[in-house]
Design a protein. Structure first.
Length: 209
């Protein structure tokens, strides 16, 4: 049995090894934290959207206050943040979850999401023939207004909701983008007023600005 200074050294070494083992055991959890999800993990999260129907956004007051009613998978995607943009953009043509992907891009996306969102919107004729196009366009109007802070459809900061382009929002956004795409930059200092978007995407960058 060890005694004296040598015994103390052995004890210190053992304690150090135990601490290393504890840290190592905790490292996988750290590596799989929401902010460091792999692309495969994000794909899996996006596909969970199919299993959780989304009620869609609701404006519950006047002046405007939107409730975006995010489901659990939608919330997790928002928490991952900007890395999900690349994956979500692949699903703007997927009719089953197009509206969910678009509204999420409004929270995590940047200027690279603008044109794909516009392209995914229903045009004037499509709105008449496809009821789902209305939900997609509402999601797109919210997402694009949040990303751009442009007052194409309604005021970026809330207030009294007056729809400036009720019949063909896709054309209105397309016209705006043609005029602005060559010089557009996201302004993180401009106020936006969409419930549940804060702390993600633009808002996170604004806090870090």
């Amino acid at each position: 049995m060890f005694r004296g200074p040598f015994a103390k050294s052995i004890s210190s070494i053992l304690i150090g090894l135990i601490l290393v083992a504890i840290c190592a055991a905790g490292s996988p959890q750290t590596n799989t934290a929401l902010g460091s999800r792999s692309e495969a993990d994000i794909e899996a999260l996006v596909n969970q959207l199919r299993l959780h129907p989304w009620a869609g956004p609701q404006n519950i007051t006047n002046p405007t206050h939107w409730l975006l009613n995010f489901t659990e998978p939608m919330q997790k995607i928002l928490e991952v943040g900007a890395p999900t943009q690349k994956v979500l953009l692949r699903y703007t043509g997927d009719a089953e979850i197009r509206d969910q992907g678009i509204i999420l891009l409004g929270g995590v996306g940047d200027e690279h999401s603008i044109e794909p969102i516009i392209n995914a919107m229903g045009d004037k004729e499509g709105i008449k023939s496809n009821p789902a196009a209305g939900k997609v366009n509402l999601a797109a109007n919210l997402a694009l207004t949040n990303i751009t802070a442009a007052e194409v459809i309604w005021h970026r900061g809330g207030g009294i909701s007056v729809d400036r382009c009720p019949d063909d929002p896709k054309s209105c956004w397309s016209d705006w983008w043609r005029q602005n795409k060559d010089h557009f930059q996201i302004d993180v200092t401009v106020n936006r007023n969409y419930s549940n978007y804060p702390n993600y995407g633009i808002y996170k960058r604004r806090n870090e600005h």
